[in-house]
Ligand binder design. Structure first.
Ligand code: TRP
Length: 503
């Protein structure tokens, strides 16, 4: 017996459409500025080593798990977990709740900054001092998370645009919305990025930047923080633990090459990051040359890379500098949107699966809530909130959710069942190594990571914030989403998830 959730499920129009949408979710702001910044901070080329290890040890096995699970259960994350055991439904809700009511709220605000900077590029409004411009004129940053001050109008105005676009795309559905948008966004993003990279590589001094990027400083590898950064970056960049890949895979037709797709999605995403890194480092090299500074001094902090160092570099360009700014910030907006729409879809499919509300109503309500929730990050304390919430949700939320995911699939459901489903549909098979990864390697590595992050949290509170602000803004944010998840999970289903979706 197949229940109506599985029967009436929409499907991607084409296989390529699914792959592009999944790649679109994976490639985001994280690939351009977060990756480059982490590489820069963590010893240039040496960062590539833990990054690639994280990709193979944790990223790819979990990608296969999430896509395999969504495909088998044909349901969103809560529906898929509930089909295995009702007791675990909360986990699916928790993932999509802390991403929808956490990560995407500030993520959309960063997209709004990019949109502002896109327009600033037309006349290089940041002038000769982008640092003062960004922090004091644009964000009007306050010095304390509890001093929110007023809401910044330019940010709110573009936040309206961002949420309108999010709403518009997801409202139109899987085929005409998400699939169509990604079919335009992804090729455009690849062209824009390639233009930026080749442009960057031709600038004087570029090669000194590339040398820093490619020359590993292996002494950094003994620092656990480098490894923590690499592993949490892999989660963030591959959208794992978000419930997104499960939802996207639930719209796949029966015949799907699960393993191949998982490898393609992970591979394209990471190659994109590494490729974009060439552009970023080339430009850093150029900046170092023109300002006569060593490369490791041109950038101070993460956000600074995109919104301070880049504007500075853009102003220094001899030709077509405005065009360069427009291309760079335009590509960040596109990369960001194709990611933010994916969580709205993942959340919507969870609600529709369980409560059978009308999809369009859910999307509209979510977009309004998303906009309203984002306002806190558009205040003068926005950047501080963003920094704290991002730290807690990505270093703890995503990691804890993934540990539970492995326990559920590896030990309660038994990986063998999912593995034979995956192998049934794939010409590339996964061997018992995969089960071993899900049952042992991945959870152990993640638990180790979690413990060392926790230990660090106590000895050296994150980012120099007061403990009170870390507790209230960071830890409590995570706990509230968990509480919401438990409540939603305890509500009865409109239709049973457990029989029909397991086929
Ligand atoms: N993978 C994305 C990146 O690297 C992050 C991301 C994907 C995301 N989906 C999301 C962030 C949904 C917020 C909401 O940038």
């Amino acid at each position: 017996m197949e229940n109506n959730i599985a029967q009436h499920r929409p499907q991607w129009k084409s296989h390529l459409g699914f792959v592009l949408a999944a790649v679109g979710s994976a490639i985001g702001l994280g690939n351009i500025w977060r990756f480059s910044y982490l590489a820069y901070k963590n010893g240039g080329g040496a960062f590539l080593v833990p990054y690639l290890i994280a990709l193979f040890v944790v990223g790819i096995p979990l990608m296969i798990l999430e896509i395999g699970l969504g495909h088998k259960m044909r349901g969103s994350a809560p529906a898929s977990f509930a089909s295995i055991s009702k007791k675990w439904e909360w986990l699916g809700w928790w993932q999509i709740i802390f991403v929808m009511f956490g990560i995407v709220l500030y993520y959309s605000v960063i997209i709004s900054w990019c949109l502002n900077f896109f327009f600033f590029s037309f006349n290089l409004s940041w002038g000769s001092d982008p640092n003062t411009f960004f922090f004091q004129k644009f964000l009007m940053l306050s010095d304390n998370p509890f001093k929110a001050g007023d809401i910044r109008l330019p940010i709110v105005l573009s936040l309206v645009v961002v949420w309108f676009l999010n709403w518009f795309i997801v409202f139109k559905g899987i085929r005409r919305g998400l699939e169509q948008a990604n079919k335009i966004f992804m090729p455009l993003l690849f062209i824009l990025t390639a233009t930026i990279v080749f442009w960057g590589l031709r600038l004087p001094g570029a090669m000194s930047g590339i040398r820093v990027y490619l020359t590993p400083d292996f002494s950094r590898l003994s620092d656990v923080r480098v490894w923590m950064d690499a592993f949490s970056q892999i989660f963030f960049t591959l959208s794992l633990g978000f419930g997104i890949m499960i939802a996207y895979a639930s719209y796949l037709p029966k015949k799907t090459a699960i393993v191949r797709d998982s490898l393609v999605i992970s591979g394209v995403n990471c190659l994109f990051s590494i490729f974009a890194g060439f552009g970023v480092f080339a430009i850093l090299g150029y900046m170092a040359k023109t300002t006569n500074q060593p490369i490791n001094e041109v950038v101070k902090e993460s956000i600074g890379l995109a919104f301070v160092a880049f504007p500075k570099a853009i102003s220094l360009l001899p030709h077509f500098s405005k065009l360069f700014g427009v291309l760079f910030f335009g590509s960040l907006v596109i990369a960001g949107l194709s990611s933010s729409i994916s969580i709205i879809e993942a959340f919507t499919s969870g609600v529709v699966d369980k409560f059978h509300y009308k999809r369009r109503t859910v999307v509209s309500v979510l977009s309004v809530l998303g906009f309203l929730g984002g306002l806190i990050f558009a205040t003068r304390a926005g950047l501080l909130w963003l920094d704290i919430v991002d730290h807690f949700l990505t270093q703890y939320g995503l990691v804890i959710a993934a540990i539970f995911e492995c326990i559920l699939i590896g030990w309660i459901y038994k990986t063998g069942v999912l593995r034979s489903h995956i192998n049934n549909y794939s010409s590339w098979k996964v061997g018992s190594w995969w089960s071993f990864c899900i049952r042992a390697t991945v959870p152990l590595v993640l638990i180790g990571l979690l413990l060392s992050s926790l230990q660090q949290e106590f000895t050296d509170p994150y980012g120099g914030y007061s403990r009170l602000s870390l507790i209230i803004i960071g830890r409590d944010w995570l706990l509230i989403t968990l509480f919401m998840a438990v409540i939603v999970a305890s509500h009865p289903w409109k239709a049973e998830p457990s029989q029909g979706m397991i086929k």
